[in-house]
Structures are given as C-alpha cells and as structure tokens.
Design a protein around this ligand. Structure first.
Ligand code: HSE
Length: 343
C-alpha cells in the first residue's frame, strides 16, 4: 500500500517526521509493506511546494538546513496555501503540524475539518484542536470513513494515547497522573542544579522542546491541554481547558527550589484527571515530591504518566515528552497504525 502525504506546517516536528520518513523507507516497506511519497509541503514561513509525483525529501531537508526555507526547491508548483494544498493536492494523508493554539485551535482546527471533509486521513501533534474539539473531530472522521490520529499531542512519541486506547482497551482508567510537559521538567531540573530560569528556558527553546509561545509551557497551559485530551479521550470526559484549574511554574524561585532540596524534595509540574462521584475532574499544579515518589526521579525533558486501572492497578510509562525526532516519531507511528488498520 502506498500513501501520498501532505505536510501542513514544516517546523521542527514536521522536519522530524520528514527525517524519519527518509531514514526508515526500507524498513517500513520490508516490515509493514508500507510505501509513501511526500507530495506537498505548505508552511507560511518555510515555503509551499506541490510535486504530484513526490518531493525529493533529501533535497527538501538540505534546503531547510541551508536556507531555512524550501523556496529554492527546483521542481513542482509553488505557493499553494494550506487550504489549497489540503483540498487540491492529490494526497490521502494530511500531516497537520501547524503551530498549536490552545485558545481557539486555529489554524489547525480549520485544516483538520477541511481534510476530514475531503476524506483525507489526518495525523497531528496539534494539541489545540484535539483539546478543544476532540468529539466533533472524531465524529467527523468516522462519518467520512477516515482516521484521525494524534499520538504526539501527549508525551510526543511515548505511547500515551495508543497504550491506553489499544493495549489497555477494556480496562477502566480511574485516574491518570504525571509529568506531561518536558520544558518545565527540564527547567525545574536545571534550576535544581543552580542554573537560572531565563538561561534554561532559552536552552529548552533551542532544543525544540518549548512551545512557540513559552508561556504555554511555563504557565501550565500545555499540560492543561494534555490532561484535557487524556481525560476526554481515555476517560470519556467532556472537559474544556477552562474547566481545569491550572498553575504553572513561574512562581517557583531558585530559593524555593533550594529549600525543597534541603528537605529532600523536588518540584514537579503535575497534571491529573480522576473520577469523582460520577464526574471527571482535572487539575495542573506544581507539587513537591519526595524521593520515595517515582516522579522524583523523572528528570530533564523526560515525562511519565501513571494510569490507575480497575484490572491492573497502576501502569506507568516513562519516556521523552518533546523533541524533534521524538515527536516526529509519534506521527510515524500514527501513519503505520493507519496502514495496519487498513489491512
Ligand atoms: N512544549 C511541549 C513540552 C512540547 O515541553 O512538553 C510537547 O508537547
């Protein structure tokens, strides 16, 4: 089976997927019978090009590396915006990786609605549309008989969504709790080593962990979107981000961190969703954790989630929560799973 793919957005995450598609072409074909071409990229900053027979990914990635954009790509049609690329390009999978907007989901929500209505599969890491409109989009995908996959919205390629939906299918998730923002965990870890907040935040941005607007990380909104996604998708809730009391890490000073250290504790930004009296509640806040708490030992950009279930008790996953290759991988997994499900 051969898939034709269009990228809507070509920032860090999109480039991460493009690298993996280039690197794993042979193994995906040999192991899964999965073949693909990338026919279109549309990004208002990096450039737009559509080449029906498939872009030369090697050349595209070299151009981004050298020029910071793909405007000098030698072939294809240039200048198609996202709407035209989604509706008019001859592709069957839309990779929606435009910047996350947790307030109204745009432009991602329009991209996803349009793609699903055009009967194109959607794979995305875009938290805004999924946190705000999951149920509508899931229904739209079903109505159009296409897939909507979003593993990378929570914990990048670490299998937070697929683990629960597939591997734990049939278990009742009573609580999900953990560290779900890599940037803040990285900042808190480095601050505990004595580095200053501003320096570490810049480093997190350079490494591609931080959101376009770092407020989204440090004020807890990114973790808020993720806990809403987990609650709605895994626990059947119908929460909006504004339903979730949220506090970030901006009030935590080096002094606070030193004090915590003296008492053998560490600050962690914890998100949790739990069942209570027939309702699902959620919150995000910094918590002090002691050495006997597993989360104490989860440092740097690493994330961890514990699912409390009726049948297995607690199941915990630990893994990367951000990064170019790690988040690119989540999109690859979604593509492979669409392929497997179609067999
Ligand atoms: N900014 C996010 C984080 C990226 O730091 O976890 C992954 O959603």
């Amino acid at each position: 089976m051969s898939y034709r793919i269009a990228f809507i957005g070509f920032g860090v995450v999109g480039q991460g997927l493009a690298m993996l598609l280039r690197e794993k072409r042979d193994s995906l074909e040999n192991n899964f019978g999965l073949e693909y071409i990338v026919a279109a990229i549309s990004d208002p900053v990096k450039g737009c090009v559509y080449q029906e027979e498939g872009l030369d990914l090697e050349r595209i990635l070299a151009l981004v590396d050298k020029d910071g954009h793909i405007n000098n790509y030698e072939k294809g049609i240039k200048g198609w915006d996202s709407a035209k690329t989604i509706t008019d390009s001859n592709v069957d999978v839309i990779v929606e990786v435009s910047p996350t907007n947790i307030e109204n989901g745009e432009p991602g929500i329009t991209h996803i609605r349009t793609a699903l209505n055009c009967k194109k599969h959607v794979i995305t890491t875009n938290k805004g549309p999924i946190a705000l409109f999951y149920r509508e989009l899931a229904d739209l995908a079903q109505k159009n008989n296409v897939a909507l996959k979003f593993e990378g919205t929570v914990l990048s390629g670490t299998p937070a969504i697929n683990l629960s939906l597939d591997t734990l299918a049939g278990a009742d998730v009573q609580e999900v709790k953990g560290i779900m923002n890599g940037t803040t965990n990285y900042i808190l870890t480095k601050m505990a080593e004595g580095q200053s907040y501003d320096v570490v935040l810049k480093e997190a941005q350079r490494l591609g962990y931080a959101e376009t607007k770092p407020d989204a990380d440090v004020k807890g909104w990114d973790a808020q979107a993720k806990i809403v996604i987990l609650a709605n998708v895994l626990m059947g809730a119908n929460l909006k981000p504004t339903d979730v009391p949220t506090q970030g890490i901006t009030e935590i000073s080096l002094d606070n961190i030193e004090q915590a250290k003296k008492s053998g504790k560490r600050y962690k930004l914890i998100g949790r969703a739990w069942k209570e009296g027939g309702n699902i509640k959620a919150k995000v806040s910094p918590e002090l954790v002691a050495t006997d708490d597993f989360l104490y030992h989860v440092t740097g950009v690493t994330n961890a989630l514990t699912f409390s279930t009726d049948v297995l008790g607690k199941v915990t996953i630990v893994g990367p929560g951000a990064g170019k290759r790690e988040t690119g991988f989540s999109l690859l997994v979604d593509l492979v799973n669409i392929h497997i499900a179609s067999k």
